[in-house]
Ligand binder design. Structure first.
Ligand code: ZN
Length: 190
């Protein structure tokens, strides 16, 4: 398992709901937390490790010692959005790309935990921003899609560089073609 980078097609995949909370899912969740901590992130969505499933992991402290702060969101739904906030965001699938994104300030999110229990959270500021960013991933939406125009213009050249790198990696055989990757994702969906 690795964190895939833009423009890997899994990042544009609309993921399928999780249908079973089993040992495989628990193992994936654990590995995703490890990768997230290594990369010093605060959230990681299944799409970002090329899994076409609707779940993400979050630890706003980014500190593996603070494991009590870990939250797993399975089949999350944002059911309410209130107010707006604008702040700089980054993404582990677009290293070193940062830009301002406008988001709802307060949200209500419903999801299931690894114990299979449903829960509901009302959050604002960073937690709200991170949950909106990660939920977007599950729909194949990237934060660059939501950047302000000025921010987007600034990062466009970097996106082109990521594009070139990925195409080169495909030519070298590190990744299959977009078409093959899409077939693999389709085959993995429940
Ligand atoms: Zn991201």
């Amino acid at each position: 398992m690795e964190i895939i980078k833009y423009p890997h097609p899994a990042l544009r995949w609309k993921s399928s709901p999780v249908t079973a909370i089993d040992a495989k899912l628990r193992k994936n969740v654990r590995e995703m937390f490890e990768l997230m901590y290594e990369a010093k992130g605060i959230g990681l969505a299944a799409n970002q490790v090329a899994l076409p499933l609707r779940f993400f992991v979050l630890n706003l402290t980014s500190d593996p010692a603070e494991s009590a702060e870990e939250i797993v969101f399975i089949n999350p739904e944002i059911t309410r959005r209130k107010g707006t906030q604008e702040a700089e965001e980054g993404c582990l699938s677009l290293p070193n790309v940062y830009g301002d994104v406008r988001r709802a300030n307060e949200i209500v999110v419903e999801a299931f935990g690894l114990d299979g229990q449903g829960f509901e959270l009302t959050v604002d500021e960073l937690a709200s921003r991170a949950i909106q960013h990660e939920t977007d991933h599950l729909d194949g939406v990237l934060f660059t899609d939501r950047m302000t125009d000025a921010a987007r213009r600034e990062v466009d050249p970097m996106l082109s560089d990521f594009d070139e790198l990925f195409r080169r990696q495909q030519e070298q055989g590190k990744y299959p073609s977009d078409e093959e990757i899409k077939q693999q994702l389709q085959a993995m969906a429940p």
